[in-house]
Design a protein around this ligand. Structure first.
Ligand SMILES: [Zn+2]
Ligand SMILES: [Zn+2]
Length: 225
């Protein structure tokens, strides 16, 4: 089968579960691609998983001051290293749609631990959606068979975050509005998913928009931090 990242053919032994239930055969990354990634590890901030930090990190302390009523917990699978940067460049900026499957294993594992969550991907403005052809976060969830709910819509077109420095990213104004579906999240657990956690600005705005509907818990998730 093909590696879900480099697309090279790889030969690997199937697990017993895959031999018995072949429809469960999971496409995976090859050993070389696997080695390029670094899992998030301790020590890290227990709130945002920023690596090598005491908890809460300086950034999270500022977020706590800004959103005292929001008990924030973020999970990220990987550290944002050079290899992850190359992956996101290929997936998001070159639009290589095949790469939506690269992290399906991690995503489906996470949602097995949070099976009752209502999952929402960070929306794109319609301009970006047209330019790229797909919402990169939604495509990652859908490749892992995670159903999503459009709880948010983007009310305005904002330039790509990647072109901005940290201060510019933090200065972004609230870009989201809740959709009518958001009224159904009262008392439920919600997971908001974005491909990367950089400053947290996008995810906090998304959470702020949904908080007013009184969900039981809002978790945030990204591939990398
Ligand atoms: Zn590979
Ligand atoms: Zn933190």
């Amino acid at each position: 089968m093909k590696c879900t990242w480099c697309q090279q053919l790889q030969i690997r032994n199937l697990t017993i579960a895959e031999i018995l239930l072949p429809w469960n055969i999971q496409e995976t990354r090859c050993a070389q691609c696997q080695e390029k990634l670094s899992l998030t590890a301790t020590p890290c901030c227990t709130l945002c998983m920023k690596q090598g930090q005491l908890s809460p990190c300086d950034e999270c302390q500022l977020w706590q001051q800004k959103y005292p009523a929001y008990s924030f917990t973020h999970h990220a699978f990987f550290q944002y290293n050079d290899a992850f940067h190359d992956w996101i460049y290929r997936y998001k900026f070159l639009g290589d749609y095949r790469l939506r499957k690269t992290f399906s294993k991690e995503i489906s594992h996470f949602f097995k631990q949070h099976p009752k969550s209502i999952v929402c991907a960070i929306p794109l403005s319609s301009e970006w959606q047209i330019e790229r052809g797909f919402n990169q976060s939604e495509a990652l969830l859908s490749a892992a068979n995670i159903p999503t709910f459009d709880l948010l819509k983007k009310s305005q077109h904002t330039p790509a975050q990647a072109q901005k420095n940290r201060q510019e990213r933090l200065a972004m104004i609230q870009p989201f509005e809740a959709t009518t579906l958001a009224t159904t999240i009262q008392g439920k657990e919600v997971v908001i998913f974005d491909d990367v956690y950089t400053t947290g600005r996008t995810l906090f705005y998304a959470a702020e928009t949904l908080m007013v509907f009184k969900p039981l818990k809002i978790r945030t998730l990204s591939l990398a931090r």
